[in-house]
Design a protein around this ligand. Structure first.
Ligand code: NDP
Ligand code: 2IT
Length: 444
């Protein structure tokens, strides 16, 4: 059995019941086969075994009091996966589905994503099975304060710098930061995605969605095309989806559908983003309401049907495993040209195989959604220097980073004999730097 296969087999045996972690590790390690083949020394040094084992996992109790005076208990997680190239960096997810498998898959992906940005950040991820949906602001605040009361002893501006992810936006980051500052008495860049009044960076809110679309535009440009006039389907209607929609529209594309976890809206005239922002950012309403406010828009219960809508560009921006083989086949049948993953691992391994076979340009999450964490690293740089950059400066740096990532993964794929396979290209390009740093540090 070759080295990669052995490590994957052992990983599954040692970490049973972690399907999402197995899935991410399978995609990554298979993508790394060409580089592993060129480096036989990796095996003796157990480099891959070390790479897939988190440096530290913290799991903790989060008790809090709801508005009715009842005590509730959630689980909190922080997986500090790899600090070879910089302090742990990665978001916090608050969603009822959160478990160790999901946080580990996200953490493993984050290591390579952060390396791809070219900035000095290691990989980590955390979160809780707490569901912010339907909770009052005061309930969310009490939960965040309890969560940070434990988390604050494990993080720090040079140790581990969390940020947002599903269910963690500006409101949650504010409460988390307030509690960190209160306990530790430090006003530092220990979290990113902070509000502009207390150390945040301009363009961080827009960064993941904008970055995704910058990469899609670059991939099209390299083929003599552009987003102008293209039809786009975007899943999700949260932070990433909304700003992917905004930038796609600014570049002349027509976004015809979006969803939340209940169902999707189809708007043949193109999504009215001011209505969507009002519903999702201000009112925290369900997407169903969009169809009541916009003439000609249709609402459909359930999410899966969105992938049956004909489009040139598909941008999954909600959650893991949204596109399976069946949905991928429907997209291919309807002529999709390019898929850019805004969410983390939104396409199943079988779905990726369908796109590959059909020759669809496939931009994998760790490259395509790296704009968010890259801009988080720019926020860290601004915090350390006690300076702020203009929106234009940050946006220009973000664009440069996304174009660079695209070129690096394209080049790595060519160099290792898998031209056009951006899954392998992104894994190899991200892994190289992490591997070199780990080797330089000795057996740690
Ligand atoms: P938000 O919480 O702002 O939005 C999430 C969106 O996805 C909502 O529309 C939500 O619907 C939907 N969604 C979540 N879970 C499910 C589900 N199980 N089924 C169907 N729809 C679902 O999160 P973000 O926009 O920040 O994150 C979206 C994705 O992007 C995630 O995969 C995240 O890991 C990834 N990402 C985020 C980055 C960031 O900077 N925020 C950076 C890089 C990647 P509902 O409201 O109904 O739950
Ligand atoms: O998945 C991700 O890259 C994020 N949720 C953003 C992480 C960050 O630290 O900005």
């Amino acid at each position: 059995m070759d080295y990669v296969e052995r490590v994957l087999k052992e990983l599954k045996e040692k970490n049973p019941n972690e399907p999402e972690f197995h899935q991410a590790a399978t995609e990554i390690l298979n993508g790394l086969k060409p580089i592993v083949a060129r480096h036989p020394e990796y095996e003796k040094l157990a480099l891959l075994e070390r790479f897939v084992e988190p440096e530290r996992v913290v799991i903790f109790r989060v008790p809090w009091v709801d508005d009715a005076g009842m005590v509730r208990v959630n689980k909190g997680y922080r997986v500090q996966f790899n600090s070879a190239i910089g302090p742990y960096k990665g978001g916090l997810r608050f969603h009822p589905s959160v478990n160790l498998s999901i946080i580990k898959f996200l953490g493993l992906e984050q290591i390579l994503k952060n390396s791809l940005t070219g900035l000095p950040i290691g990989g980590g991820k955390g979160g809780s099975d707490f569901d912010p949906k339907g909770k009052s602001d005061m309930e969310v605040m009490r939960f965040c304060q309890s969560f940070m009361t434990e988390l604050c002893r494990h993080i720090g501006q040079d140790t581990d710098v969390p940020a947002g992810d599903i269910g963690v936006g500006g409101r949650e980051i504010g409460y988390l930061f307030g509690q960190y500052k209160r306990i530790r008495d430090e006003h530092v860049g220990v979290l990113t995605g902070r509000g502009l009044s207390y150390g945040g960076s301009l363009a961080r809110t827009e960064a993941t969605g904008y970055g995704l679309v910058y990469m899609v535009e670059e991939a099209l440009k390299c083929r003599g095309e552009s987003l102008e006039g293209k039809t786009v389907v975007i899943s999700g209607s949260g932070n990433v989806a909304i700003y992917a929609c905004e930038k796609a529209q600014l570049l002349g594309a027509k976004v015809v559908a979006m969803y939340d976890s209940n169902g999707y809206v189809y708007d043949k005239n193109g999504i009215d983003l001011s209505v969507m922002k009002q519903l999702k950012e201000v009112e925290r309403a369900r997407i169903k309401e969009y169809a009541n406010r916009v003439m000609g828009a249709e609402y459909h219960e359930g999410c899966k049907g969105i992938w049956n809508i004909p489009c040139d560009v598909a941008l999954p921006c909600a959650t893991q495993n949204e596109i399976d083989a069946e949905s991928a086949s429907a997209l291919v049948k309807n002529g999709v040209k390019i898929v850019g993953e805004g969410a983390n691992m939104p396409t199943t391994l079988e779905g990726i195989a369908v796109f590959r076979k059909a020759g669809v340009i496939f931009l994998p999450a760790k490259a395509a959604n790296a704009g968010g964490v890259a801009t988080s690293a720019l926020e860290m740089a601004q915090s350390s220097s006690r300076m702020f950059w203009s929106f234009e400066e940050v946006d220009a740096k973000l664009k440069g980073i996304m174009v660079n990532i695209y070129r690096n993964m394209d080049e790595a794929a060519r160099e290792y004999g898998v031209a056009g396979d951006y899954v392998a290209g992104a894994n190899i390009a991200g892994f190289k730097k992490v591997a070199d740093a780990m080797l330089a540090h000795g057996v740690v």
